[in-house]
Design a protein around this ligand. Structure first.
Ligand code: FMN
Length: 391
């Protein structure tokens, strides 16, 4: 779909293209959340509900949205968030997103449940290769993943800490999109209603050896999307002691992803991690969680400048990025925005999603009267409606 740049002028339009192209089961897997599906909308609404206060009559003719993150300069304050299944959106979709990130000069985070090898992604993610992991019941298997990521040259390990159990994603049961995937009649019928996707994605995998598999799981965990993922992959017993152990084992940068409590943020600081991602997993894990943006200011206050605070969950506009940065985030992870782009048009679509955000960040900067993002602070952010300025 080479004309994706002409057909989508914002992330919402990319989403519509993705919805039209993907089988319902796959679209729902990326789109929906958990339980009553409230949190996704609340994440987006909480960001929308914040207002940004324009400042005027400043020379904003030269704007630079660049930042330095973990010692690397990058032209945009974005990082691609770890997301499974991108290979089901487009043939070799994960590589497509990693290449789009590299072209934009931003890091790509590879999920442990990736269906591409660390080495293959390392070859694509040339503007920063981060590796996300969960800690499993069999810690020895997790440490093997850490070693493999190091050997592949990953610069940052992102330990996701918000998933002690598999979340209640009941909607996935309709089409068997659980863990593991169970092929049923509904799933097959969803697929058949999208012949273009079947020809462009599914058939190409089958012609070249079969469906993608978890490429980096140890065999003890199980590799097939449709196989039984072993109970060793459970994370319920993981505690701060494990963070301390991971810190001892991993000399590179370490980020904890999925922090929502200021007290947990302080504990992260005590455990010597380099960064945290304030995130509710894009609303996919626990529907009663607060919107991530609501917790950002208190968390920034809790850690002061002791570590790097990243943010995600609900970002659909460049102005959302500006809001998170004004509230103290150093950079923003994007999940669904580039997934929609990839589903709509592969690498070109993912690149377009990043370009759209880039353009919107640029406009927001000019409107706010800043030439660099570190000029933003809380004085630019107001609550919604007619609420007072929080300066
Ligand atoms: C389809 C999908 C798969 C995801 N897989 C993972 C994962 O494997 N590990 C992880 O830490 N987060 C995962 N996430 C969460 C994202 O990393 C990120 O926190 C979230 O998408 C941010 O919210 P946004 O989609 O509103 O930008 C996933 C999100 C989506 C949409």
């Amino acid at each position: 779909m080479a004309d994706v740049t002409r057909r989508a002028h914002n992330i919402a339009q990319l989403r519509a293209l993705a919805k039209a192209r993907l089988p319902r089961a796959i679209f729902e897997f990326i789109e929906r959340g958990t339980e009553d599906d409230d949190l996704i909308a609340r994440n987006v609404a909480a960001l929308r509900d914040l207002r940004l206060l324009p400042r005027t009559l400043r020379d904003v003719s030269r704007r630079d949205a660049g930042i330095e993150l973990f010692g690397r300069k990058q032209p945009l304050p974005l990082v691609i968030a770890p997301t499974g299944v991108s290979d089901l959106l487009w043939h070799h979709g994960e590589r497509a997103i990693a290449r789009a990130a590299a072209r934009a000069g931003i890091p790509f985070t590879q999920t442990t449940s990736s269906t591409t090898s660390f080495a293959d992604i390392a070859g694509c993610a040339t503007s920063g290769h981060w590796m996300q992991m969960y800690l499993w019941e069999r810690r020895d298997l997790s440490w093997r993943v850490v070693e493999a990521a190091g050997e592949a040259g990953a610069e940052v390990i992102v330990l996701t800490v918000d998933t002690p159990m598999w979340p209640l994603r009941e909607f996935n049961k309709r089409a068997g999109m659980g863990n593991p995937v169970r092929v049923n009649r509904v799933l097959v019928s969803d697929f058949l209603k999208r012949p273009r996707w079947c020809a462009g994605v599914l058939a190409r995998y089958y012609l070249s050896g079969g469906l993608p598999q978890f490429a980096n799981y140890p065999s003890e965990v199980g590799r097939k999307l449709t196989g039984t993922v072993s109970r060793v992959a459970n994370s319920a017993s993981v505690s701060w002691d494990d963070v301390a152990e991971l810190r001892r084992r991993w000399p590179g940068k370490l980020v904890l992803k999925g922090i929502l409590s200021p007290e947990d943020a302080r504990l992260a600081l005590d455990h010597g991690v380099d960064g945290i991602a304030v995130s509710n997993h894009g609303g996919r894990n626990f529907d009663s969680s607060p919107p991530a943006i609501a917790m950002l200011p208190a968390i920034v206050d809790a850690v002061r400048d002791g570590l790097t605070v990243l943010f995600d969950s609900g970002v659909r506009r460049g102005a959302d990025v500006a809001k998170a940065m004004a509230l103290g985030a150093k950079a923003v992870l994007i999940g669904r925005a580039t997934l929609y782009g990839c589903a709509a048009g592969g690498e070109a679509g993912a690149a377009h999603a990043i370009d759209l955000l880039r353009g919107e960040i640029d406009v927001a900067m000019a409107m706010l009267g800043v030439t660099r993002l570190d000029q933003l602070d809380r004085s630019y952010v107001m609550p919604g409606a007619a609420g007072p300025c929080s300066a």
